[in-house]
Ligand binder design. Sequence first.
Ligand code: F6P
Length: 534
Amino acid sequence: MSQPPCDQTAAWHQLQTLFNARGRDFDLRQAFLEHPQRSSAMAVEAPMVFGDLSKHLWDDGIRDALIALAAERGVAERRDAMLRGDAINTTEHRTVRHAALRTPAGAPTDDASAALARTEAAKFLAYAEQIRADGKITDVVNIGIGGSDLGPQMAVVALHPHVTPSIRFHFVANVDAHDLDTTLSGLNAASTLFLVSSKTFGTRETLVNAQLAMDWARAQGVTDLPAHFVGVTANPEAARKHGMGTVFQFWDWVGGRYSMWSAIGLSIAIAIGKDGFQAMLDGAHAMDRHFAEAAPAQNLPMLLGLIDVWYRNFHGFGSRSIAPYHHGLRRLPAYLQQLEMESNGKWVDRDGHPMAVGTSPVLWGEPGTNGQHSYFQMLHQGTDRIPVEFIVVAHPDHPHAASHRTLLANALAQSRALMIGRSLEEVLADAGPAPSDEVIAVSKQRAFRGNRPSTTLLIERLDPKTLGALIALHEHRVFTSAAVWGINAFDQWGVELGKTLALDVEARMTDPGRSRADLDSSTASLMHRLESMA
Ligand code: F6P
């Protein structure tokens, strides 16, 4: 059903009024002074994730107005439509059922899709256990890109202490064969298992790499190639045609960037085992129930999605920095980039009307504390304000309590420093009486304006269950902002043009006799220059 643009709603106008009255100049330091209970009042407990939302440029009234916006935009109705299996991906006429992949039997949203998912999960989890038990495989290489790479890779890296030590895991995504060559050098084909992961089984990068991997295995003397190649796909026929000996399936109702819960997570299942994988699904399901059932004011994914709208559209913040204070979460920013930017990087709404307001922010980041010694300068003193998302893990999986305390202290200190800043007066107080013009100029450069917002997400430990909850939290937060904006978060037409043109350019490079007259002069002359360098 068509909707008016989001900025034409009563709640949006109300938010604009609030922004003009107190949002634009909202002072966090003042807010904490005036409301000593602010921290607890703005804390949200979700399953396995505690959210501190107090260091945001909002108050109860702004939060209530954002919740009213969610109501006016039908966020809860759209959420329910997704969970019950309506075809909300309207450009592809598909349902959106990643939550069904983690729905246990008997849960409120259990249905035929969830049952199908459990049947397939039983198969690929049994296969994973078999690989772990028989001891013949020393290396698993996942070949896939985008959602067929980022989720599994992020999770296997994050869950390192839970990963079997007897198998090494590798992820090859790039069609740049340096990626594959580097990975394969030193591997023994006889004990290597390739998981060729592709929803469509038509992605050029993946097919090119799979072919190279097959050539390599053959050259190493492997005769039973199909035994070393497993396909994971929603297109089993194509996988078999490409020589996959074993095929695990998922379905078109699972978006690529939402697919790590399906057989696409086979590398995770081999890495952490059946029970670990099930725990990850259970964590995600717990977050699904929270998203479905918690009241908006206590609904962490919903509130995060609404804060994202508040910052993107009212404050005009164009990006968000992800700062996971855990070495294991070093691939999380890359994972979240696809999740959010491929979902919400849309310029028209579901009715095809151009958006009058901005959609997906740019997401970027590095694990703490590394980022502090690089771009945090800009976060603290740059001209743009960029909300930061700190992800803090209470218990490490190593025995070095003191260094973990240092890590935690840095996370807390950074969010505090961003907020409190350091005024010119404070800096000058150190300079003694009657500072010279030069001292004043230097002091200005040493001052921090502060009032820079951040979220802190706190988890007990980084284990499969908690990781599942953390990732589902982000899926639903992206859903929430998309629902407010009225865009389709589940297609990705924006990647198609580049794919088509790459095929065209490649065909022209393969056959230099083909006319280039219709190409723009930049592309044609770059092609020519590359040829002259060959
Ligand atoms: O090009 C974008 C994309 O379609 C992503 O949405 C997807 O995750 C990725 O390519 C890989 O696609 P596939 O799993 O079909 O190989």
